[in-house]
Design a binder for this molecule. Structure first.
Ligand SMILES: Cc1cc2nc3c(=O)[nH]c(=O)nc-3n(C[C@H](O)[C@H](O)[C@H](O)COP(=O)(O)OP(=O)(O)OC[C@H]3O[C@@H](n4cnc5c(N)ncnc54)[C@H](O)[C@@H]3O)c2cc1C
Length: 405
């Protein structure tokens, strides 16, 4: 029986820690799979972590098979939401262009495209002229061409929070906001419950999420999780006739760590400073914003000198190899059965539903068909947080080390 809304649940079939996009959708998938008593505990309010502050980019043009699989699963989910839930995350298929500026970029794009096509993605190569034709807002001749996938797009992050809040309510999940996870109870190598600021919950199944603060969540349970947080900035220009959405595919200037897309007839652009030290975002770095605007103006002349109607800085999560973490919890005593760790590695809009569904599958039966998670667990990291996997090459230039190391 779902617990009364006013009561604090004493037992649950599953407890999900964190009410961001990963925890929110994961709890929904657990309930949809048939669990009756699913509880989400969120120390603040649903979506008040990274999930409401993202830029919303959804890109299937990933640098690894995991990235393609997770994004494709998520994209299909976004497209199915209205039929399934009656609400949606606002997914808009805008098309995404990843330009090449050097011969080395072209070679990397060609091998990436081969992997993506093998995975079933209808990614196209646009030569320089075709790229200029499809994106008249970019300075002609600026690129050597690049890859393009028409299915890539963006969601509206606050609308996504609304969508999973509705989904959780519809599925009868007990959401407890303002409740802090404080630790796990275990016996014989298995989890037996969670401890929270509002009391204990007996359960055999726990999913730990936490976005940029997941390392701290793990530390409360003796689990070393190498996830960091770092400042990430987004800005939206005033409207301009050049930025009519039909003539403005999204663009990712990978080397500059700069991406943009249409927003409210202006340009939304996001940026990641590779020299930014890990830590919580407290304010906007205007010097870096100005530097990035120069690069943007070189590539998109109409953006030069435009007013900004919104700017924000928020803390984005990252993993040392830019890949998600999906697997069992590991403590000093080994695997802690019944606890699944889920981190989207800074890609929670593009991979979020896929990561959430894979985490729910792992929590329920130990396997998933979303993507091959064999190598994505915590056991890929050494004690210093170094991963034995190659980093996903199509990621923002986050710091390579997490804050705790
Ligand atoms: C500015 C910015 C732009 C971004 N743009 C994009 C983008 O365009 N595309 C993309 O794919 N990704 C983007 N991201 C990344 C994406 O937002 C994140 O990867 C994603 O939101 C992480 O989701 P999450 O559920 O893991 O974490 P969060 O949304 O941070 O949720 C974790 C939750 O756990 C809660 N919590 C923490 N500790 C506890 C505790 N002890 N007890 C209970 N609850 C706890 C927190 O309060 C929080 O609500 C962006 C991020 C930022 C900041």
């Amino acid at each position: 029986m779902p617990v009364a809304r006013s009561e604090f649940p004493k037992t649950a079939d599953a407890v999900v820690v964190g009410g961001g996009t990963i925890g929110g959708w994961c709890a929904y998938f657990l309930a949809k799979a048939g669990l009756r008593d699913v509880v989400v505990i969120e120390k603040d309010r649903l979506g008040q972590g990274a999930s409401s502050r993202a830029a919303g980019i959804v890109r299937s043009q990933g640098g690894t098979r995991w990235a393609v699989d997770l994004a494709e699963w998520s994209r299909a989910f976004y497209l199915s939401q209205r039929d399934e839930l009656g609400v949606d995350s606002g997914f808009t298929a805008q098309g995404y262009f990843l330009p090449c500026f050097t011969a080395a970029d072209v070679a990397a794009a060609e091998s990436r495209m081969a992997m993506q096509r093998e995975a079933g993605l209808a990614v196209e190569w646009l030569d320089s002229d075709e790229a200029d034709r499809r994106n008249p807002t970019m300075r002609p001749g600026a690129t050597l061409g690049g890859t393009f996938f028409a299915g890539d797009g963006y969601i509206t992050p606050p609308r996504n929070v609304l969508a999973y809040a509705v989904a959780l309510a519809q599925a009868g999940v007990a959401v407890r906001e303002g409740v802090r996870f404080t630790g796990l109870a275990a016996a014989g190598g298995r989890v037996t419950g969670v401890e929270t600021s509002a009391g204990a919950i007996t359960t055999e199944r726990v999913v730990l999420t936490g976005g940029p603060t997941l390392a701290a969540v793990g530390a409360l349970a003796g689990i070393n999780i190498p996830v960091g947080g770092v400042r990430h900035q987004v800005a939206v220009t005033e409207p301009h006739p050049e930025f009519e959405p039909s003539r403005l595919p999204m663009v990712f200037d990978l080397v500059a760590g700069l991406y943009w897309r249409p927003e409210e007839r202006g340009l939304l652009f996001g940026m990641s400073n590779p020299d930014e030290p890990p830590g919580k975002a407290r304010e906007i770095d205007y010097a870096y914003l100005d530097k990035v605007r120069q690069r943007l103006a070189e590539l998109v002349p109409a953006s030069d000198g435009l007013g900004l109607r919104r700017t924000w800085a928020a803390t984005i999560d990252f993993t040392p190899d830019h890949l998600p973490i999906l697997g069992p919890a590991i403590t000093a005593d080994g695997v802690l059965a019944g606890v699944t760790v889920a981190a989207p590695g800074g890609h929670g809009m593009m991979w979020g539903p896929g990561v959430a569904r894979a985490a729910a599958d792992l929590a329920l039966g130990g396997t998933t068909t979303v993507t091959d998670t064999t190598d994505l667990g915590l056991d890929r990291f050494d004690a210093d947080g170094n991963s034995r996997l190659d980093a996903d090459p199509i990621a923002l230039p986050f710091p390579e080390r997490t804050a705790s190391r």
